[in-house]
Design a protein around this ligand. Structure first.
Ligand code: NAP
Length: 259
């Protein structure tokens, strides 16, 4: 399917690896020129080179911490006017409800709520002026079905979800859509880190921890960044202009609910 995106320009945050990279790859395959970001320059430059070579699009890597004000300013300056924004950052650490102090909540809110909001505030006006734009926020399955050990993530992402619910309706008259993609477990470094925690806590191997988790998913496997990226690219497509303010689960059926 031609997604109608050839020649558009996207900023994909936290995109040297994992789900962000999956989104960047799928947009590049649709002919979108990219600005991609991550903190570590080495992996970011390698990803940029790889995407450029395979898809023939322009890829501008910007090594910066998207959660810091300075880092965000650097990324936004390099990005300039973009048609598509994919927000993403690392997820907060797991723990127990009694572990977290105010500073832990502030860090989680900064990364997973206030950073995407700041990026939207910076880039939505240009999209509105041009009469076309797409924003996809990478959030989490935990928005629909809380994951107890990820209380910091549950809290911050719930805040972002509330913000998007109203804002998406305010910008929709201008041809701009905002939607959230909710990953269930996907095979990335983040999943490895969570599984390592389970393996250590339960005295089992990493493979056993993965197999145990996969067995709880109706699809009996983890999702892939490529599958996730394809969903993101579709939400950014011209055909998806009537999808507004939605929270779309990609979880292999793991969330056991009707709606
Ligand atoms: P990942 O494989 O660990 O990749 C994270 C990417 O983000 C890397 O490119 C990393 O590069 C970059 N990054 C992290 N913090 C950053 C920052 N402050 N500024 C700029 N770049 C940053 O993670 P993932 O699995 O793709 O997860 C992406 C998001 O989805 C996370 O918020 C995660 O909690 C959420 N999620 C993931 C899953 C899953 O199963 N994978 C499920 C639910 C939710 P640098 O480290 O070099 O910066």
């Amino acid at each position: 399917m031609d997604l109608g995106l050839k020649g558009k320009r996207a900023l994909v945050c936290a995109a040297s690896k994992g789900l962000g990279r999956g989104c960047a790859e799928a947009l590049a395959a649709a002919g979108v020129d990219l600005v991609i970001n991550a903190r570590g320059a080495e992996a970011l430059l390698a990803t940029a080179e790889d995407i450029r070579e395979r898809h023939g699009v322009t890829v501008t890597p910007v090594a910066a911490d998207i959660v810091s004000e300075d880092g965000r300013a650097t990324v936004l300056e390099a990005a300039g006017p973009v048609d598509i924004l994919v927000t993403n950052a690392g997820g907060p650490p797991p723990g127990l409800w009694s572990d977290w102090e105010r500073a832990d909540f502030i860090a989680a809110l900064d990364a997973n709520m206030l950073t995407p909001i700041a990026l939207m505030k910076a880039l939505l006006p240009g999209m509105i002026d041009r009469g076309w734009g797409r924003v996809v926020n990478i959030t989490s399955q935990s928005v629909k079905a809380p994951i107890p050990v990820l209380g910091l993530s549950n809290s911050a992402r719930a805040g972002l979800t509330g913000y998007v619910a109203g804002t998406a309706r305010q910008v929709a008259p201008h041809g701009v859509t905002i939607n959230n993609l909710l990953p269930g477990i996907h095979a990335t470094d983040r999943a490895d880190a969570l599984d390592r925690g389970v393996a250590e806590a339960d005295g089992i191997t990493l493979d056993e921890a993965r197999a145990r988790r996969a067995a709880t998913i109706p699809a009996r496997r983890y999702g892939t960044p490529a599958e996730f990226g394809a969903a993101c690219a579709f939400l950014c497509s011209t055909q998806a202009g009537f999808i507004v303010g939605q929270n779309i689960l990609l979880d292999g059926g793991a969330t056991n609910s009707v709606l």
